[in-house]
Write a protein that binds this ligand. Structure first.
Ligand code: BMA
Length: 342
């Protein structure tokens, strides 16, 4: 067996994420008020042990708001807020005129608050907005922090070199790649750096990628799940990939997996309002410090759960990262772009 075959076999035999048998865990039928769909929830483990999902809920106008669901075990018996937890407020925040979507939650110990980065759907397209909360009841809104077109954002839980760091996905003339930006006060952002580029050609993550759940801090680096979007004759396929970034210089990619690690396979992922989508915006880590509960939107219709292990993801990356990545990037660098210094 040559090396390539061995790597492909390892993936097929042992999927890195195992779907929960009770999936989907939340869908329209569970909601206490009329909605169209529930998907792409941010997640966090609360101090009382509850898992909180801040769900994107699409109402029957087609516009989204955020609604919290809590569960003692993170699997079932979800208690859903009786009305929207964070609704768009276009009077004061006109950028939210067409709703708010896809929250990523980061607990920030220094502020003793949760930072919720979400998409605000404005007349100019999607932008990144930020709100802080202590209790998921009241929120301090910061408004738009990254102007359109931008989305798929999450704050890192601690400062990097004295500055806050935000991962996001602007669409620029260069394409739809993952960037990281820095700020002293969470309001003014600069030092923008490209973090991970969409590949090209026939790759599963060609042309358009974005952050999924907030990165997980490990001794080896920021372990990061991202999505890649494959355009096909019958629509897009959203799949998940893995990358590892330097702890103190997170714009430096240490490893990037070649193949996707999770993709739409079962009925609730393959068909729904948007076919063939798995889209995690959050995870929680088990008491063993290793188990990952990955919460993901399926087919833009419901919420599902898959379980993995930090240790297994890191060793899979060791086995499967592409040594060609650096060479490919150099060859394909757009004119006028400098490589970040290493
Ligand atoms: C992306 C986001 C997600 C959505 C996905 C598939 O661009 O808007 O909210 O789940 O498309 O429709």
């Amino acid at each position: 067996m040559d090396h390539k075959q061995h790597k492909a076999g390892a993936y097929v035999d042992q999927p890195l994420f195992k779907r929960y048998s009770g999936n989907p865990i939340l869908s329209r039928e569970n909601w206490p008020y009329p909605i169209n769909s529930v998907f792409n929830a941010g997640s966090v483990l609360l101090p009382d042990g509850d898992t909180l999902l801040l769900c994107r809920v699409e109402d029957r106008r087609g516009l989204s708001h955020l609604c919290a669901a809590r569960s003692a075990n993170g699997f079932d018996h979800w208690r859903i807020d009786p009305k929207p937890t964070l609704a768009a407020n276009p009077r004061e925040y006109p950028e939210e005129i067409w709703g708010i979507e896809d929250p990523r939650i980061t607990y920030v110990p220094e502020m003793e608050q949760y930072a919720v980065a979400y998409t605000s759907f404005s007349r100019g397209g999607p932008g990144v907005s930020l709100a802080l909360t202590r209790d998921f009841k009241t929120f301090e809104r910061y408004g738009v922090i990254m102007s359109p077109e931008d989305k798929d954002a999450a704050l890192l839980p601690r400062r990097i070199g004295g500055n806050w760091a935000l991962i996001h996905r602007p669409v620029t003339a260069m394409g739809a790649h993952m960037w990281i930006s820095y700020s002293r006060d969470l309001r003014d952002w600069g030092s923008h750096k490209i973090m991970l580029e969409a590949r090209r050609g026939g790759w599963w993550d060609a042309n358009k990628i974005g952050l999924c759940s907030p990165p997980i801090e490990t001794a080896k680096g920021w372990l990061t799940i991202y999505h890649g979007v494959r355009q096909t004759a019958s629509g897009s396929i959203y799949r998940l990939g893995l990358a590892l970034f330097d702890l103190e210089k997170p714009e430096i990619c240490l490893q990037r997996g070649d193949s996707w690690i999770f993709g739409p396979e079962v009925a609730y992922e393959r068909s729904g309002d948007v076919h063939d989508v798995v889209f995690p915006c959050g995870q929680t880590i088990g008491a063993d410090g290793d188990t990952i509960h990955l919460y993901y939107g399926a087919a833009d219709s419901c919420m599902a759960l898959a379980t993995g292990s930090i240790r297994s993801l890191l060793s899979w990356l060791d086995e499967n990262f592409s040594p060609l990545e650096g060479i490919e990037r150099e060859r394909e660098l757009p004119i006028g772009r400098e490589e970040p210094s290493r």
